[in-house]
Design a protein around this ligand. Structure first.
Ligand code: ZN
Length: 583
């Protein structure tokens, strides 16, 4: 087996030779990475190799992609592939295709090549490392055939890095066993769903209760000292330390409809593995670790969101118990059906005493494309964005599309269109702020009628409250100006306003140190999405760690993906964080 020292101490020529076969027929990648030695870790080497490719010219990138064989292509059949490719294609069962599958793959190869001018690349061993099924490979092929060429080229390069990662693991004899455990747990939890074809696990449903029970069983197996489900359905595991204070951590186990497996759950499973390893080594830290599987974060079933973390901060409003879901079931009745007491006093009693806690940390899948596009497994969150949301309507005059001259129109949809373009331009002037009109509707619109009304939504987010409020003021002022100029009127209803939750600087630094300790570059980024940490921010200093999501970072979608290697690094970062805390 290869060792990092072998690579670090080798001559540049030997370094390239040792990495031969990692990137298909492309020694230039290792040649350029040789100068950046020594590498602190295998993860650091992987990131450095990916960086060489990212900084290469487009022609060099295309050359790398084209150095790869087609999946189940003619070269595979003729036995003309590199040893590494033969091994991978065989393991994926691509050499044992049925005649139908083979014909389908040949057609896909031809169509793909015609569209993009390079072969389709997929790390067939997948995020788990054990391989996609042929049906999954074909489905991925079909999906990516429709992608934009630039997006697809970038995806091919990321797949090549994943192929290289697995080849390096093989060379080094490394198996990410903690990451694999996490991945398998996430897969087992995903079996509990309200929907047969997709993962859906909303608050207090039978699937939700089943997940809670499974988490509790695993927590006991991990060696937690105390495991329970509290009055709002949070799963709480405590691993005692030698001192009285605790580190609070966790994330949510409810999901959106048609969810991914890792959103929320990753942040419960990572610290569970940390505790399992501590328990296996018979180790106690100077502080306890309290892992909370928050029962509700997504706001899918009831209007109130953060039910679970609100209970911990003392912000649970007892009137929420009267809220009803789409079927008219009150929160109180739903809780009772799930075996929870549904008593306001029991929920109020869950409020945590801040003096007992060091702080709150949360690990979460990024749910965005940033880390994936930078080829970085981990990122440090600087702030959870504050937001303002509105629903609005512009009213003009519905009139005949043929007879109303352009200068005499009062087109409500054109007014909203102008607002969208302004919001897009305004948000782009400041880093890390975003503005989105996600819903747009011309009620009872018609092809030959000028829109008299146009309804829209507006979602504004920024890393600081000041930036959010400035964006908000500008967008609203522009809405007024547009309407005045176009002879329109408008209404604007605020629906949500959430303050930004900047990371606590001491805790953010601890995450940064932990990531640096793993040999990885520190990349800081804001969280555009809300998280339990946003609520816990009201009670405790907090900071989050993001883990790269595959498939362009897609989330709230069955395509959401995390590799076992990235999951392993998340666990390792959490371990580093724990060992850095002086309690
Ligand atoms: Zn989440």
């Amino acid at each position: 087996m290869m060792k990092l020292d072998d690579l670090n101490n080798a001559s540049a020529t030997d370094f390239v030779a040792l990495l031969d076969g990692t990137y298909e027929h492309s020694p230039w990648i290792a040649e350029r990475a040789a100068a950046a030695r020594p590498y602190l870790s295998l993860a650091a080497l992987k990131v450095a190799l990916a960086r060489v490719v990212r900084e290469a010219s487009v022609d060099e990138q295309l050359g790398l992609i084209r150095a790869h064989p087609e999946l189940a292509g003619k070269a595979a059949v003729a036995g003309e592939l590199t040893a590494e490719s033969t091994n991978e294609q065989q393991k994926a069962g691509l050499t044992a295709c049925t005649a139908d599958e083979f014909a389908k793959l040949q057609k896909l190869n031809a169509d793909y090549n015609a569209r993009f001018g390079f072969p389709f690349i997929l790390a067939v061993r997948g995020p788990r490392g054990t391989g996609f099924t042929r049906a999954e490979i074909i489905a991925t092929f079909e999906r990516r055939l429709r992608a934009h060429p630039d997006v697809e080229r970038a995806e091919c390069l990321r797949q090549i890095h994943r192929i290289a990662e697995i080849r390096l693991n093989d060379k080094f004899g490394v198996t990410p066993i903690l990451g694999q455990q996490l991945w398998d747990w996430a897969a087992e939890l995903a079996v509990h769903s309200e929907d047969e074809a997709f993962l859906t696990c909303t608050y207090a449903s039978p699937a939700h209760t089943a997940v809670a029970e499974q988490l509790m069983a695993w927590m006991r197996d991990c060696g937690f000292d105390d495991v329970s489900r509290d009055a709002v359905g949070n799963v709480v595991g405590v691993y005692n330390g030698t001192g009285d204070q605790r580190l609070l951590t966790g994330s949510h186990y409810d999901t959106v409809r048609r969810a991914g497996r890792f959103d929320g759950r990753l942040g419960i499973l990572v610290p569970m593995l940390v505790v399992r390893e501590l328990h296996r080594q018979g180790k106690r830290l100077p502080f306890g670790i309290e892992v909370v599987g928050f029962s509700e974060e997504e706001g899918q079933r009831y209007a109130a969101t953060f039910l679970a973390s609100s209970a911990l901060t003392g912000a649970f409003d007892p009137t929420w118990l009267e809220q009803t879901d789409a079927h008219g079931v009150t929160l109180r009745d739903a809780m009772r059906a799930a075996g929870l007491p549904a008593k306001a006093a029991a929920i109020t009693a869950l409020k945590r005493d801040r003096s007992r806690y060091l702080g709150f940390v949360e690990v979460h899948i990024e749910q965005g494309p940033v880390l994936d596009s930078l080829d970085l497994p981990l990122g440090i969150v600087t702030s959870i964005n504050g937001s303002r949301r509105y629903t609005g309507e512009i009213v003009g005059m519905a009139s005949h599309a043929g007879t109303t001259p352009m200068g005499q129109r009062r087109d409500a949809a054109a007014g909203v269109a102008e607002l969208i373009l302004f919001a897009e331009k305004r948000a782009a002037t400041v880093p890390d702020i975003v503005a989105t009109v996600g819903m747009l509707e011309v009620p009872s619109g018609s092809i030959n009628v000028i829109p008299g009304r146009c309804r829209f939504s507006l979602d504004l987010r920024a890393t600081t409250d000041e930036a959010r409020d400035a964006l908000d003021a500008d967008v609203r002022a522009e809405l007024e100006a547009i309407c005045a100029r176009r002879g329109l009127s408008f209404t604007l209803q605020p629906t949500v306003a959430a303050n930004a939750a900047p990371s606590d600087s001491a805790w953010q630094s601890r995450w940064e140190a932990a990531v640096a300790e793993l040999g990885l570059p520190i990349h800081r980024l804001p969280s555009g999405a809300g998280h339990d940490a946003m609520k816990m921010h009201e009670l405790l200093p907090q900071a989050m760690l993001f883990v790269r999501g595959g498939n362009g970072g897609i989330s709230h979608n069955p395509l959401e993906s995390v590799t076992v290697d990235d999951a392993e690094l998340a666990v390792a970062a959490f371990q580093e964080l724990c060992s850095s805390i002086q309690a």
